[in-house]
Design a protein around this ligand. Structure first.
Ligand code: NAD
Length: 282
């Protein structure tokens, strides 16, 4: 299966990062969003991302001009009909994702792969929206996409081997390492990482140590590059809570219950770096 032209639905943080790595790898990109201002911000983010690579001498100005020319940003979703692979990277909302997939089912080329970058929705459930669910797969990138080496390629119950293998090959073409994962709540990385962060919040809530000490413990004692509470602030406490709630609901196991301090902080609007206040102040 071919993957020379990549469609991306959603020009937010993740969609723009995926567009950046695809165009840098020489692929043609159609970046679509319903919101013109998101497309404008996406273009600015793309250009800033490339500028930083030029300043680190990882790309030349000529490479950047060529890469930028390979990205067509549009609010007309019909343009996705030219793509070999379409990666859905829109807002994390099941209703929005179902609506996008129903539209892609109509406009995507026959045989095109349809992938989703969802962090928490079941790949099997999303696949069931399509007339041909065998062409659907999870392609879970990490944030920030240009810097993070991993892609989880997730097989839903209906995903065909050809879809799966082409998606792994695409991830590798983008310079990423792919791990092959079965569909399950949180997939692999968030299933391990987010409960670990939640446990750090329990440790803080129970007064076992201060936030600084908990983070220093995991940095110095477990060689984590960043402590779990600082990482929660970076991810966004609302996102951490949402993923924890999905894992708890889908696994049906109270060991995954979110810490009450995490819920309180989200209710207070202390979401981490994006609100300048979380476990730390920014
Ligand atoms: P974001 O809010 O930055 O961007 C989402 C974009 O989707 C917005 O620009 C919005 O206008 C657009 N959108 C909404 N409805 C649309 C529609 N019907 N058609 C086209 N575009 C539409 O979100 P994000 O952080 O980039 O996350 C996108 C996806 O990636 C989510 O599924 C999220 O779970 C997943 N993800 C996020 C992270 C992360 O750390 N942010 C990491 C891995 C995966």
């Amino acid at each position: 299966m071919n993957y020379e032209t990549i469609g991306i639905v959603g020009a937010g943080q993740m969609g723009t990062g995926i567009a950046q790595v695809c165009a840098a790898a020489g692929l043609t990109v159609v970046l679509s969003d319903v919101d013109e201002s998101a497309l404008e911000r996406g273009r600015e983010r793309l250009s800033a991302g490339y500028d930083s690579l030029v300043s680190k001498q990882k790309m030349t100005a000529g490479d950047v001009a060529e890469a930028m020319a390979r990205v067509k940003a549009t609010s007309h979703s019909a343009a996705l009909g030219t793509c070999d692979v379409v990666i859905e990277a829109a807002t994390e909302n099941v209703g929005i994702k179902h609506q996008i997939l129903r539209e892609l089912d109509r406009i995507a080329k026959p045989g095109a792969i349809i992938a989703t970058n969802t962090s928490s929705v079941s790949i099997t459930r999303l696949a069931a929206t399509l007339a041909d669910p065998s062409r659907f797969v999870g392609m879970h990138f990490f944030n920030p996409v240009p810097a993070m080496a991993l892609v989880e390629v997730i097989r839903g119950m209906q995903t065909s081997d050809a879809t799966f293998e082409t998606t792994v090959a695409l991830a590798e073409r983008l310079g990423k390492s792919a791990i092959q994962v079965k569909n399950a709540p949180g997939f692999v990385v968030n299933r391990i990482l987010v409960p670990m962060i939640n446990e750090a919040v329990f440790a803080l809530q129970e007064g076992l140590a201060s936030a600084d000490e908990i983070d220093a413990g995991m940095r110095l004692g477990a060689r984590h590059p960043m402590g779990p509470l600082a990482l929660a602030d970076l991810i966004g406490l609302d996102t951490v809570l949402a993923i924890m709630e999905v894992i708890q609901r889908e696994m049906g196991d109270t060991k995954y219950r979110p810490a009450s301090l995490l819920k309180e902080m989200v209710d207070a609007g202390y979401l981490g770096r994006k609100t300048k206040r979380g476990f730390y102040s920014y």
